[in-house]
Design a protein. Sequence first.
Length: 255
Amino acid sequence: MEENKLTKQENDALAIFGKGKTIYQVAGSDVALSFDIVRNYLTKGNGQVSDQDIVQFISICKFNQLNPFLNEAFLVKFGQQPAQIIVSKEAFFKRADASEQYEGFKAGIIIVRDNQIVEVEGCFYNEKTDVLVGGWCEVYRSDRKLPIVAKVNLSEYDKKQSIWNEKKSTMISKIAKVQALREAFPAQLGAMYTQEEQEVKFTEYEDVTDKESKVNKLAEIAAKAAGVEEQSKAEHSINQSQNDTNNKSAQKTLL
């Protein structure tokens, strides 16, 4: 049996999607996805995504009305590791807002203050006297008597990377929000996860396309700057020459 052989469901999906474009609507606008578009523009990492990965990605985007061109979703593939579908926090809130049952949320952080566990609304705390240990969120639905509550432990998600070192309270609160929303709306958000919830480290690869784009942009800026500088030098030289000529004429007149 061949490795990575497609299942019947995947073969059916490939037959449906084909290699052309899949077009669906998000907020009244058409979104067109194809295998080439996803593979070349909506995938991050140094691995090669398979047709199965792309079919799953397009299916989730279409079913959940996600617009990957607005960074609401993208694929990640490193080496031989399984591909991961990453969804933004904003996409979670858009899906929740689209539900008639959604009635808002409360969220914050969990800290240790004076040897007591305290749940604070928002992300502010005194770093000198408080110890951040987690995040919490409550999501309200009109058809539920009690809110859906999520509480997460900081130690389980803190990746010790730059963004986590700089904004721990914001990051852990964000995770609590998406977990609560997913539990509150499992039909709409059940298969979606954010980057912070998964082990994704984008520092492990270098996006050559972005690098070339940045190099070209810098070269363009440098060329323009050089042109302006040369033009300024030329204008300065002409002005200096004219000044010298005027000075000499003035001297002759005085003589």
